[in-house]
Design a binder for this molecule. Structure first.
Ligand code: NZQ
Ligand code: ZN
Length: 389
């Protein structure tokens, strides 16, 4: 195990009806709030009205900016920054999923910065300050509610870049599993895939002697693969929704990544797909992760064997461990299929995807090689896209 520091300061406020306390929690941090949300699901579900009522009853003054789209765009965040400055906003409340939260995070660091907020994502500046943020989560997936990341797409070049900084980690996140009852099966499945991927990115490591975090990872992966199908079959099954929701947060608050080096190549390879084709991030991962595994598993057959046996209950073939390793990858693909995710590029209806493989690989490697488990250059990334076809 390597040296580490762990601090995750987000207060998780979990359970039925907890969104009714959003005004109370917001009032502890801000006087003038920017209420930020997506394309309208919160209005349809009635959540918007509940949030407004709670803010008003705590005498919190607010303005709003909706319209965040999945794979959130820089232009809307820039509009939010201008609006927040003009209205002297001192707190950003994100009500929605990873896209809304990530856009809120961009606004939070953009307001106190005199340059273009994209500078932070492009690695040209380091964020020193941020407006405080709160979250009411409506889709368990990205883990952005307590992560130190934000992923934004710059329409100029369709560059989808992630930024990690502790300054915009949310102060609180309200997680009521009931708010996820309205999620379509596809979004539930994409969310489950993303959280599974967050664990796998950390699980496939070259760091040795990480027994506890291996077991925590395996427990998370087993809980996700057990409960996500139940949440899809019975959208109003509170217990299944609650398990999935808590898994999503724990998969990405970095607890299970402590003391070990994660890989993260599959995420970067996927980000090129969702940047170019606007596919849901989770669906892109269901395609890319198995392809990545097929490309790298020989690097550490033992670890892939452990994954197969401990997560999917594959029998350990001691004579031919490679067989167990490959069966684990197959079971993962079967799980994705079972929950309705595509596992190949050709299933995802992406126009001219094959013709764009070289471009995506080039873009993915444009800031250096990807991955830690196995280092990947543009040529290797291209091969992975081809395996994914
Ligand atoms: O926009 P609305 O109308 O709200 O609809 C959303 C959206 O269409 C809908 N939805 C959300 N909650 C709902 C609902 N529909 C019905 N009922 C509900 N309760 O779901 C759709 C997807 O929402 P989105 O916020 O895009 O989903 P997700 O949480 O998966 O976020 C994806 C984004 O997060 C980034 C991804 O790359 C992608 O851009 N990520 C962010 C990370 C982070 N900040 O730590 C890490 C991740 O690896 C990921 O890269
Ligand atoms: Zn992800």
């Amino acid at each position: 195990m390597q040296n580490f520091e762990f601090l995750n300061p987000t207060r998780i406020i979990f359970g039925e009806g907890r969104e009714g306390q959003v005004g109370e929690w917001t009032a502890k941090y801000g006087k003038k709030v920017l209420l930020h949300y997506g394309g309208g699901s919160i209005k349809k579900s009635g959540l918007y009205d509940k949030i407004v009522e709670s803010l008003k009853s705590s005498n919190v003054d607010f303005i709003e900016l909706g319209g965040v789209q999945p794979n959130p765009r820089l232009a809307l965040a820039q509009r939010g920054i201008e609006l927040a400055r003009a209205e002297k906003v001192d707190f950003v409340l994100a009500v929605g999923g990873g896209s809304t939260i990530d856009s809120a995070k961009a606004i939070s660091i953009g307001v106190p910065y005199s340059g273009n907020v994209w500078d932070f994502y492009a690695g040209k500046a380091q964020a020193q300050a941020a407006l405080p943020i709160g979250v009411v989560l409506t889709i368990p997936a990205a883990g952005s509610e307590s992560s130190n990341s934000s992923v934004i797409t710059n329409e100029d070049g369709m560059l989808k870049y992630g930024l990690n900084t502790d300054v915009f980690v949310p102060k609180f996140a309200i997680l009521n599993p009931e708010l996820t009852f309205t999620l379509p099966a596809y979004q539930t499945a994409a969310g489950a895939t993303d959280m599974l991927a967050h664990v796998m990115e950390r699980y496939f490591t070259n760091t040795t002697n990480v027994d506890l975090s291996d077991k925590l990872c395996e427990a998370l992966m087993k809980s996700i693969t057990k409960n996500a199908p139940n949440a899809i079959a019975e959208p109003e099954n509170y217990d299944a929704r609650a398990e999935v929701m808590w898994c999503g947060t724990l998969a990405h608050n970095n607890l299970v990544g402590m003391g070990r080096v994660g890989d993260w190549a599959s995420h970067a390879i996927e980000h090129e797909l969702s940047a170019l084709f606007d596919i849901a991030h989770g669906a892109g991962l269901a395609i890319i992760f198995p392809a990545w595994m097929k490309y790298v598993y020989k690097h550490d057959i033992q670890r892939f064997c452990q994954f197969a046996v401990n997560v999917f209950g594959v029998e350990h073939n001691f004579a031919y461990p490679e067989k167990s390793a490959l069966e684990g990858i197959e079971r993962l693909e079967l799980f994705f299929k079972k929950i309705g995710m595509p596992t190949h590029l050709t299933e995802a209806n992406l126009p001219d995807v094959e013709a764009n493989i070289r471009l995506m690989a080039k873009k993915a490697a444009s800031r250096g090689s990807l991955g830690q488990f196995v280092k990947l250059d543009a040529e290797a990334i291209e091969k992975i896209y081809h395996i994914a076809l």
